[in-house]
Write a protein that binds this ligand. Structure first.
Ligand SMILES: *Cc1c(COP(=O)(O)O)cnc(C)c1O
Length: 379
């Protein structure tokens, strides 16, 4: 069987103990056995979200939790701020419009992060803004947003801060309660190393007040139902039973490592990847001030077609990385170092990248990328 190494920003690799948990026979969800699993999962999630608020489990991909936050917080005609510096920031705007909310859009050049002062300026001018939507780790560009700084400008206003932490949670720090973040959404198939199908959402009491008065249509994603069910350690609909059970393996693994150690190890993998790219004579697409530890976006020289790099790495060598989206198609590749990835996975990915770049006629010193990453990993 050919290797299938996923260095992609979701889904991510699934470690063996989680695969094994996924293979267990199904149990029924309205049972004390499942309740025990659900309780453990929620307690574990609260630690990763760094919150005392409940965390609700939704059966959907990450976008479902994003939609849940829009349709539970905003009514048609309400005012909101979105930040568009990549595909996922744009998704917040599109979701708002789907529910009759025309957002104040802050346009940010791709590869750069939003300046919280811009958010503050709009909030000061429009006191009736109800929500500010940001992206912790913009997966299309490799940008990390300073969530703590954004929370500082939002938390004493009437607005709530909603953070898409789908790709970043468990990989880079997000202190929901300490920083004063109102809503955090995430999903299982990124930092949590699970197959797709499970999303998470946690809301502050300030945010839940909006849920109770919101007039947008909602049924499956009605978080009032989630709250009511949670009081009895239950879910309103059939949960993704098997994935919830596997989530507990993932949470055990994260707890064993400890969040600070996890963050530090991803930071090292990211640094190794960036140094490897630079040693190969390539530059990092993302501005130096906001480079993400979740994934690295690498600019390719004009003579190298990024789509070919991705295709050859995957089809010939069994190593998946992501290409660029929209205007970045063919121009960048994105190497993710999230979830179940270690330094040998990164070294394998870099050495494969070197092989493919060589094949495509790019001139560089063979082995220089691997050596640069090795240096980071061994000091
Ligand atoms: C993966 C991802 C999403 C959600 O995508 P789904 O395909 O719905 O799981 C949202 N935001 C970011 C930043 C992501 O990386």
């Amino acid at each position: 069987m050919k290797r299938n190494l996923l260095l992609t920003p979701g889904p991510t690799q699934i470690p063996p103990e989680i695969c094994a948990a996924l293979g267990r026979p199904i149990i029924h969800h309205r049972t004390p056995q499942f309740q025990e699993n659900l309780k453990e999962a929620v307690e574990g999630l609260k630690q990763v979200f760094q919150t005392k608020n409940d965390v609700y489990l939704l059966t959907c991909s990450g976008t479902g939790a994003m939609e849940a936050s829009v349709c539970n917080l905003l009514s048609p005609g309400d005012k909101a701020i979105t930040v568009e510096g990549g595909k996922f920031g744009e998704r917040w705007s599109e979701l708002c419009r789907s529910y009759g909310v025309e957002p104040h859009v802050i346009q940010v050049p791709w590869g750069k992060a939003v300046d919280p002062a811009q958010i503050k300026k709009i909030l000061d001018a429009h006191k009736d803004i109800k929500a500010v939507f940001i992206t912790q780790s913009e997966t299309s560009t490799g940008v990390t947003t300073d969530v703590e700084a954004a929370a500082r400008v939002v938390r004493d206003t009437g607005a709530v801060l909603v953070v898409d932490a789908i790709s970043g949670l468990g990989i880079i720090d997000l202190q929901m309660d300490n920083w004063g973040v109102d809503v955090v959404v995430s999903a299982g198939h990124k930092g949590f190393m699970l197959p797709p199908g499970l999303a998470f959402i946690s809301l502050s009491p300030k945010a839940f007040k909006l849920v109770e008065t919101c007039e947008s249509p909602r049924y499956y994603f009605d978080l009032r139902k989630s709250k009511e069910a949670m009081a009895d350690i239950d879910t309103p609909f059939t949960p993704a039973i098997g994935i919830v059970i596997a989530l507990n393996e993932s949470l055990r693994r994260m707890k064993q490592e400890g969040l600070p150690n996890l963050f530090a190890s991803y930071a090292r993998l990211a640094k190794g990847t960036r140094e490897a790219a630079k040693a190969l004579g390539l530059s990092i697409f993302t501005d130096e001030s906001c480079q993400s530890n979740v994934l690295t976006a690498i600019k390719l020289p004009p003579e190298v077609d990024g789509n070919k790099v991705v295709k050859i790495m995957r089809d010939t060598h069994g190593i998946s990385v992501a290409g660029g989206q929209d205007s970045l198609k063919g121009k960048i590749i994105r190497i993710a170092h999230m979830g179940c990835v270690d330094e040998y996975d990164i070294l394998t990915g870099i050495s494969c990248l070197e092989k493919v770049l060589l094949k495509l006629g790019y001139k560089f010193t063979l082995g220089s990328g691997v050596a640069a990453a090795q240096k980071v990993f061994n000091t």
